[in-house]
Design a protein around this ligand. Structure first.
Ligand SMILES: [Zn+2]
Length: 109
């Protein structure tokens, strides 16, 4: 057997035990249009901010709580504004409450 060229070495370092669900999730995120990906990241960030804010309430640090709950609210509301205006894939303007793009048929969840 002849040794493969140096480029293949990094691929072999990947761990074999990888949960299928999270890998598929990553593939889904990668396949997503950029706007949808940004919205998803903002949603996740909003959840994290809310969690930190609630933690602040529990521990009695209200400055922390208020600032992070406000940040979480802001981040959660931001994608909604984008969502009702533009299609995630083709960027076409959508009517308010219109879930499926009339141009490319992609549901904007
Ligand atoms: Zn579209």
């Amino acid at each position: 057997m002849s040794a493969p060229a140096g480029g293949a070495v990094t691929a072999q370092k990947l761990p074999k035990e990888r949960r299928m669900s999270s890998r598929e999730e990553m593939e889904t995120i990668k396949a997503m249009p950029r706007l949808s990906r940004a919205i998803l990241i903002l949603k996740l960030a909003g959840v994290v901010f809310f969690a930190i804010g609630l933690e602040g309430i529990v521990s009695g640090r209200y400055v922390l709580a208020v600032s992070f709950l406000g940040l979480g609210l802001f981040v959660s509301l931001l994608p909604i504004k984008v969502r009702i205006n533009l299609c995630g894939r083709c960027g076409r303007k959508l009517d308010v409450g219109q879930a499926i793009c009339p141009s490319c048929g992609v549901p904007n969840v």
